[in-house]
Design a protein around this ligand. Structure first.
Ligand SMILES: Cc1cc2nc3c(=O)[nH]c(=O)nc-3n(C[C@H](O)[C@H](O)[C@H](O)COP(=O)(O)OP(=O)(O)OC[C@H]3O[C@@H](n4cnc5c(N)ncnc54)[C@H](O)[C@@H]3O)c2cc1C
Length: 572
């Protein structure tokens, strides 16, 4: 019964028709990892599910995280044992069974500077961390390193005061791709998934007592449609309070936004064969290996602006560079920074729960990362907080909370047994990379790149190349993405605009020094052929992307980096 869950952007008319005419058991508002996970949880229990996302899948926090699937070593210090325990179990399930093509083990070196006090303290923490794993142990246990051993793994470290190190393992993921894959897996279980569709109001029963669906605005046309559902589940992350307000409901909690910034630097700027984690005054700083780059971050500061536009400040970037440079032999400078991105953590402030009285006293670093589910009126539930890592448990909990409103027997969550699309059969496809390369006439590196992003669905991308060899060419010289991935993003991954492809389906926006600008016109051309765009529309779509990049560059973030091709691409 499960299909390949294609989200075909060419079928938008049919999608809108289904939303307007069918009746759903559950309507999910928000297409971040929580909403996508909720749609999958409900659909895999046999429910009729629709999901509406105001912009693009993962366009909120779920494409702007540190991209770690982890227990969170630092939460042990806050005695958040339950969170760490659950998150480690989820990590292991994702690495070993649910998404081995997307969630991969990664090592972190923790340098020690106070031998006598630090090693026993950090060592004990890591023993506890490792002991909370399940029996499957898909990632190795931690190890102790001498100072010399640490420098062998990470020659970038300054030897000054270095007393040794610990090496431990967690996992990492392309957060946007994972969220998309969860949404597609939900679609494979018959969920109807629509993007650029904003919930703008709730439908109520005649007596006003129950929520019976939502009014949804198509952001492409401005048209408003009504979607009927037994229950509406709000998974709107940092927009949760706004959605509660527009729905006219008083929820039992408030969401506090905490901004986190990362900088991206080339791999060659930091000589290390392992990720690193450093203690900072308030929290920790990660060096996370990311293909040919390092992602370095993050910050944790209160934020109160427009949730759609979190922007890194000069101060954020200086903070990250200064924290990194405390341990590096060759300091990072602004010239090393090729991209900067900011995201907002949707933290539930326990102090504002039940009545929503704001208590701004507690710093956001100290707020729990646990999640909260609320059912403020019959037919409506909302969930917020949590972590990317625990999205599956969040989804389970919120669907459990709405089951009574559905009025018939609904089985328990089964998502711990539902591998994401691309995971099934991976073990047999990975060794076949060489044969696939020969069969499809592409390089082995290209096949490995596709397997690492699509798992077994890589053959669907390769099939596009078989029918049009031009799609086997790189999208941007020097980067691994293929033109076929743009076409695939349209026909199977719901991409409606150039931004969707360059920012989230691929990650050229954060990986290339020109933020993907030189690939924008070609991307618009490939998308336009499939979506029937006129020349004028292709130019407008290209311009729209360039405007987005220019708006980002207007921030202090990457102003020192020239944008080659900006004018060229705009002119095409
Ligand atoms: C800097 C940073 C680093 C992080 N690092 C990690 C990490 O390494 N590991 C980890 O486990 N967690 C991490 N997190 C936390 C994690 O990223 C978030 O908890 C998670 O992504 C939140 O997902 P979400 O779906 O709840 O919210 P979002 O991804 O923001 O999704 C909410 C969606 O709702 C949509 N929406 C809003 N209003 C409407 C409406 N009216 N109609 C329709 N749609 C609407 C939005 O457009 C948005 O796409 C990090 C967070 C940050 C900020």
């Amino acid at each position: 019964m499960a299909s390949n869950g294609a989200l075909d952007a060419r079928e938008r008319g049919a999608l809108l028709g289904r939303l307007a005419t069918e009746r759903f058991d559950v309507l999910v508002v928000g297409g971040g990892v929580t909403g996508a996970g909720t749609a999958l949880d409900a659909a895999s229990r046999g429910l009729r599910v629709a999901l509406v996302e105001a912009r693009d899948l993962a366009s909120g926090t779920s494409s702007r995280s540190s991209k770690l699937i982890h227990g969170g070593l630092r939460y042990l210090e806050q005695f958040d044992f339950k969170l760490v325990y659950e998150a480690l179990r989820e990590r292991d399930l994702l690495v070993s069974k649910l998404a081995p093509h997307l969630v991969k083990p990664v090592s972190f070196l923790y340098p020690l500077y106070k031998k006598v006090v630090e090693r026993p303290y950090v060592g004990a923490g890591l023993v506890l961390y490792d002991s909370m794993e399940g029996t499957r142990r898909p990632v190795p246990r931690h190890r102790h390193l001498t100072a010399r051993g640490a420098l062998r793994r990470a020659p970038a470290l300054s030897p000054d005061r270095l007393a040794g190190a610990m090496l431990y393992y967690d996992a990492q993921v392309d957060d946007a791709r994972h969220t998309l894959t969860v949404a597609r897996t939900a679609a494979a279980h018959r969920a109807v998934i629509g993007t650029r569709l904003s919930a703008v109001g709730l439908l109520r029963s005649a007596d006003g007592e129950r929520v019976t669906g939502a009014r949804v605005r198509d952001e492409e046309t401005g048209r408003v449609l009504e979607v009927s559902a037994d229950t509406v589940v709000i998974c709107a992350g940092v927009w949760t309070d706004l959605v509660h307000e527009l729905a006219g409901v008083q929820a039992g909690y408030k969401v506090r936004m905490s901004k986190g910034v990362h900088v991206v630097v080339p791999r060659a700027a930091v000589d290390s064969d392992t990720g690193m984690i450093l203690r900072t005054e308030k929290s920790v700083l990660f060096f996370i290996p990311w293909g040919e780059y390092w992602i370095v971050g993050t910050t944790d500061t209160d934020f109160s602006g427009d949730p759609a536009e979190p922007v890194a400040s000069e101060e954020d970037i200086e903070y990250i560079l200064a924290a990194a440079n405390r341990v590096l032999a060759r300091p990072l400078t602004r010239a090393d920074v090729i991209a900067v991105y900011a995201g907002l953590r949707p933290l539930v402030d326990a102090a504002t729960g039940n009545g929503g009285k704001q208590n701004g006293a507690k710093p956001t670093t100290k707020l729990s990362r646990e999640h909260v589910v609320d059912v403020p009126v019959p037919g409506l539930a909302s969930i917020a907080g949590g972590k990317f890592t625990t999205y599956r448990l969040m989804a389970r909990d919120v669907i459990d909370a709405v089951v009574p409103a559905i009025g018939r027997e609904v089985p328990g969550s089964v998502t711990d047994q539902v591998p994401l699309l691309g995971a099934d059969g991976l073990a047999a496809v990975q060794p076949a990379a060489g044969r696939l390369a020969e069969d499809y006439g592409v390089s082995r590196a290209a096949v490995e790149h596709l397997l690492g992003r699509y798992g077994t669905l890589a053959t669907e991308v390769l099939d596009l190349i078989r029918s049009d060899a031009g799609l086997g060419q790189p999208l941007a010289p020097g980067y691994p993405y293929l033109r076929a991935e743009v076409a695939y993003a349209v026909v199977c991954e719901g991409a409606l605009h150039v931004e969707d492809v360059l920012v989230r389906r691929t990650r050229l926006f954060i990986e290339s020094a020109d933020s993907g600008v030189s690939a924008a016109a070609d991307t618009a051309a490939i998308m336009g052929r499939l979506l029937g765009w006129s020349r004028r529309r292709r130019a407008a779509e290209t311009r729209r992307y360039l405007d987005l990049v220019q708006a980002e560059r207007a921030t202090p973030a990457v102003s020192s980096v020239p944008a080659p091709g900006l004018a060229l691409a705009a002119a095409r």
